[in-house]
Design a protein around this ligand. Sequence first.
Ligand code: C2E
Ligand code: CA
Ligand code: CA
Ligand code: CA
Length: 277
Amino acid sequence: QRGRNQLQFYSEALDLAVRRRQHIATGLRQALELEQFRLFYQGKFNAHTGVLEGMEALLRWQHPQDGLIAPDSFLPIAEELGMMDAICEWVLQTACQQTQLWLQQLAPGRRLSIAVNLSASQNLREKLLQQVEIALLSSGLPAELLELEITENALIEKPRELAEVLEAVAAIGVTLSLDDFGTGFSSLEHVKDFPIKVLKIDKSFVAGIEQDERARRLLAALINFASGFDVLSVAEGVETEAQAQFCREHGCHLLQGYLYCKPMPPEQFMTQFLQPL
Ligand code: C2E
Ligand code: CA
Ligand code: CA
Ligand code: CA
């Protein structure tokens, strides 16, 4: 009797998960066409001056029934559906255009960089270079203001092919940064083998430093590692003034996190951070 109940429970839960997946997949296939994707922007601030130096673009899906959906809930499915190339193209175009638009409204000479995330299983071959070049050309954004955030795990899969593409992208002036630094495998090698200019220290290393001396030492070591390699360090997930102060004192260059701002729609970001004067 018990076995039968359990079996039934299990199959119902599974059924629900499968239906949820299918629901997402069906909607995703049309999301680009129906213009349901949104980019939210989160600022990156100079740790010492507090000046806004750039933004990270974070993808959201404005679902007609379910509301705003976070990337972790739909990107894995988009990957399985082979949609990542198309999504990446849209993200690059949209982020570059938006940033160029903002730059035109700001004081001349004001610098503002834009960072776009690339996913691990994405087709990181010739297509990426092409997509980047098109996004830059059609928006008019200088290559120096575009940054691509790549996770360590993306670098593990096809190191040789990837190195060539990343060299090519770096050669046109685009900045490469290593996202979620410290959470993947053989992190240290990647900094040597790829043209990485920025290390983004994962938020898991920032959380909890207030309570834990060992966590503090680890974070300090990661920041030191970055400066030892002459790369910029960004601390992500900075939520408290104490965390910001610790990062600052240990020489971290840029800070990003809820303490400064949450990711928000472009109109709101502009009102809050990009008013002239
Ligand atoms: P990520 O690139 O590591 O982005 C950082 C995540 O931390 C974001 O979650 C951001 O909203 C969140 N975050 C920012 N500040 C804080 C903070 O102070 N505290 C905490 N607890 N969290 C903070 P989000 O927006 O849900 O994105 C999740 C992941 O989805 C990203 O992780 C990135 O890997 C991926 N992603 C987002 N947009 C894109 C995209 O356009 N393309 C690709 N391929 N991946 C994307
Ligand atoms: Ca990122
Ligand atoms: Ca990250
Ligand atoms: Ca992450």
